[in-house]
Design a protein around this ligand. Structure first.
Ligand SMILES: [Zn+2]
Length: 114
C-alpha cells in the first residue's frame, strides 16, 4: 500500500466516521421512550414499537461499525493493516476503500463464510 493510498483511506474512514456519528445522533433522538398515549389505539402503539425496534437495531449496527472504523483508523499505520488475517496476502485496495475495516481478503471471507 502506498502512502498516498493510506492517506486516501484515512480520509475515507474519517468521512464514514462523521456520517455514522450523525446517523447515531439522529437515531438516538428518535429513540425516546414511547409515552402511553390514550389517543393511540393498540395498532398504532404496535407500529410505534416495531419502528422503535428497527431503530434500536440500526443503532446497534451503526455503533458496531463505528467502533470497527475507529479501530481501523488507529491501526492504519501498522504494517498489519490491509493484510488478510487468514492468508496474509494484501487485501485489495478497492475493497479497503469500500470497507476500510476489512480484516480478510474476499476469497478468505467467502471461505470462512463471513
Ligand atoms: Zn485471505
Amino acid at each position: 500500500m502506498t502512502q498516498h493510498e493510506k492517506e486516501e483511506l484515512k480520509h475515507i474512514i474519517q468521512t464514514e466516521i462523521a456520517a455514522l456519528t450523525d446517523e447515531i445522533t439522529t437515531i438516538q433522538r428518535s429513540l425516546r421512550p414511547i409515552k402511553k398515549d390514550c389517543s393511540l389505539d393498540s395498532i398504532d402503539h404496535k407500529m410505534l414499537k416495531q419502528e422503535q425496534n428497527i431503530n434500536i437495531q440500526r443503532y446497534e449496527v451503526a455503533k458496531q461499525r463505528l467502533n470497527r472504523l475507529k479501530a481501523a483508523y488507529l491501526n492504519i499505520d501498522n504494517k498489519e493493516y490491509g493484510i488478510c488475517q487468514e492468508c496474509e496476502e494484501d487485501i485489495n485496495i478497492e475493497r479497503l476503500k469500500l470497507i476500510p475495516e476489512s480484516k480478510y481478503c474476499v476469497s478468505c471471507m467467502n471461505e470462512l463464510g463471513l
